[in-house]
Design a protein around this ligand. Structure first.
Ligand SMILES: Cc1ncc(COP(=O)(O)O)c(C=O)c1O
Length: 480
C-alpha cells in the first residue's frame, strides 16, 4: 500500500476537470504510438491533434528572428564569430544587436531574474501597451509569468479567500478557469455567452448569474473574459467590452481579461480591456476611476506560437498597493518566470520594424502564418456549413471553431449506455474513425440541450477535414 492513494490526496485536485488533455487526448496518443510502431489495423494513417492550440506541434513554424536571437542568448559564445553569423548563417545585424541588448539586460538566461521579471523587459512591455492602447503604462505594475496559465494561477490565488469567493466565468470557457477554481476550492459562477450573437457577452446573462450567486451567499469578486474567445472563437465588439466594464464598475468586480489571442483576429478589431477602461475613465472618472483590471498576454498563441517556451505577462490597473505587495510575494515564491520565455515576450512586444534588416523576412513569415490560419479557418467553416446537423458561426478569431452538432436520439441513447454524454460519444467515434482528436463541448460547458465540439484550425491539409465530413455523414446515417 502506498502512503498516498486517490482517496487521501487533495480532493480538490481530484475534482478538477481539464478535458483538453482528457480521455480523448490520451487515446489519440495511444493511436499515435501504434502508428509509429507500424500498426496497420487503424482506419487512418495519421493522428491529427485538433484538440489543443499548440501551433508548432502542427504546422506553424517558429519566426526566424525570434529563434536566431534565442540561439545567441543560449550560446553567447556564437557572438565571438560575428562574421560567420552574418556572412554564412544569414543572421542580420539587428539579430546580433537584440541578442547583445537582451544579454546585457538579463545577464545569463540561465540565471534567475527579478521576481516580477527583468526590469528592461517590463519597460519594453510598457512601451508596447502605450503604443497599442494610446495610454501610458507603468512597468511597476507589469509581471512576467510562465505563460498566461501561471498569471491566472497567481491572480486566482490572490482573489479566492474562502470557499464562497466567487468568480464569474464565461460558459463555454477554456477549462483552466473552472479547474483552477476547483483546485482552490472556490466558487465558479458561470455566465453564458450568447451563441446567437457570435458568442458575445450578454449584460443580462452576466447580471442574472451574478444576482443568483449573490443570493446564494457567494461573495462574487471577479469576472473573467476571454477575448478573442476560447473555445468560441468570438472577437468581442467594443460595446461588449464596455458593457462588461460598466457592470464591473457598478458591482465592484475585478476584471480578468484573458487576451492571449489578441493577434488572432479575422473579423473586426481587437479592443483591449485596458484601452477601453482608460477611455471610460476619461469620460467618467468617478464611475470608472477605481476599476481593478488584470490583463494577460502570452507568447503561446498568435503568430508567435512559442507555447513550449512558457512566456507571458499580466498587467495591473487600479489594484490596491498592499494587494500588489502580496502578488509580488506570491510570484517570488516561484522565483521568476523562465528567462528565455521572458526574452520571447520582449521580442513579441518589440519585433523588427519596417526598415530593420530583419523586417522583410519577419513580415513575410508573420503575414504568411496569419493568412494560412485564416484560410484554414474559412475552409473548415465552409465544410461545417455543408454538413447536415452541424451549425457553425463565421470564424472571427483565436484558433478554434465551436460548431453545434445535432446528435440523433438513437446516438444519444447509445451514448448513455456507454456512460458518455452525446458529444463525448460523437467525438470518441470521430477519433476512432478518423484519427482526428477534437474536444466535446461538455469539456468547456454549454447550455443545457445544446451539443458542440471544439476543433483548432491549425492542422495543415484538407485530408483531415474531408475525413471529418465523411465520418459525420456515416454517423448521421447510422443513427438516423
Ligand atoms: C484562453 C486561454 N488562456 C490561457 C491559455 C494558456 O496559455 P499559456 O500557454 O500562455 O499558459 C490558453 C491556452 O490554450 C488559452 O486558450
Amino acid at each position: 500500500m502506498t502512503r498516498l492513494n486517490i482517496n487521501n490526496i487533495n480532493p480538490h485536485v481530484v475534482e478538477a476537470k481539464y478535458a483538453v488533455r482528457g480521455e480523448l487526448a490520451v487515446k489519440s496518443e495511444e493511436y499515435r504510438a501504434k502508428l509509429r510502431r507500424g500498426d496497420k489495423d487503424l482506419p487512418f494513417s495519421q493522428v491529427v491533434s485538433a484538440n489543443i492550440g499548440n501551433p508548432q506541434q502542427l504546422d506553424q513554424k517558429p519566426i526566424t528572428f525570434f529563434r536566431q536571437v534565442l540561439s545567441l542568448l543560449e550560446n553567447p559564445k556564437l557572438l565571438e564569430h560575428e562574421d560567420v553569423l552574418l556572412n554564412s548563417l544569414g543572421y542580420k545585424p539587428d539579430v546580433l544587436e537584440r541578442a547583445k541588448k537582451l544579454l546585457h539586460d538579463v545577464g545569463s538566461v540561465g540565471a534567475y531574474s527579478a521576481s516580477a521579471g527583468v526590469p528592461a523587459i517590463k519597460e519594453s512591455i510598457a512601451k508596447f501597451l502605450e503604443a497599442r492602447d494610446g495610454f501610458p503604462a507603468d512597468p511597476a505594475h507589469i509581471y512576467l509569468s510562465a505563460g498566461a496559465s501561471s498569471a491566472v494561477n497567481t491572480l486566482l490565488h490572490i482573489i479566492c479567500a474562502a470557499p464562497n469567493s466567487g468568480v464569474l466565468v464565461p460558459i463555454p470557457q477554456y477549462p483552466l478557469y473552472t479547474a483552477s477554481l476547483s483546485v482552490l476550492n472556490a466558487t465558479c459562477v458561470p455566465y453564458y455567452l450568447n451563441e446567437h450573437e457570435h458568442w458575445g457577452t450578454s449584460h443580462d446573462a452576466i447580471k442574472e448569474a451574478y444576482t443568483a450567486a449573490k443570493a446564494n451567499g457567494t461573495d462574487v469578486r471577479a469576472i473573467v473574459i476571454i477575448n478573442p474567445g476560447n473555445p468560441t472563437g468570438a472577437s468581442l465588439p467594443e460595446e461588449d467590452v464596455k458593457s462588461v466594464l460598466e457592470f464591473a464598475a457598478e458591482e465592484k468586480l475585478v476584471v480578468l481579461a484573458d487576451e492571449v489571442y489578441q493577434t488572432n483576429v479575422f473579423i473586426g478589431t481587437f479592443h483591449s480591456f485596458r484601452q477601453t477602461l482608460h477611455k471610460l475613465q476619461q469620460e467618467d472618472p468617478e464611475k470608472y476611476g477605481d476599476v481593478e483590471l488584470a490583463s494577460m498576454h502570452s507568447v503561446s498563441k498568435g503568430m508567435v506560437g512559442e507555447c513550449g517556451h512558457r512566456g507571458g505577462y499580466f498587467d495591473l490597473v487600479g489594484f490596491d498597493k498592499e494587494v500588489e505587495e502580496q502578488i509580488y510575494k506570491f510570484v517570488s515564491i516561484t522565483l521568476c518566470a523562465p528567462v528565455i520565455g521572458q526574452c520571447l515576450v520582449e521580442m513579441m512586444v518589440n519585433p523588427p520594424k519596417p526598415g530593420d534588416p530583419s523586417w522583410e523576412l519577419y513580415n513575410e513569415e508573420y503575414s504568411g502564418i496569419f493568412n494560412r490560419l485564416r484560410e484554414r479557418a474559412n475552409a473548415l467553416y465552409e465544410t461545417f456549413l455543408g454538413m447536415d446537423g452541424v451549425e457553425c458561426g463565421k470564424p472571427q478569431g483565436s484558433m478554434y471553431l465551436f460548431p453545434t452538432v445535432h446528435v440523433p436520439p438513437k446516438a444519444a441513447e447509445e451514448a448513455k449506455r456507454e456512460g458518455r454524454t452525446p458529444d463525448e460519444f460523437y467525438c470518441m467515434r470521430m477519433l476512432e474513425a478518423t484519427g482526428v482528436c477534437v474536444v466535446p463541448g461538455s469539456g468547456f460547458g454549454q447550455k443545457e440541450g445544446t451539443l458542440h465540439f471544439r476543433t483548432t484550425f491549425l492542422a495543415p491539409g484538407t485530408e483531415w477535414v474531408g475525413a471529418i465530413r465523411k465520418f459525420h455523414n456515416e454517423f448521421m446515417e447510422k443513427y438516423r
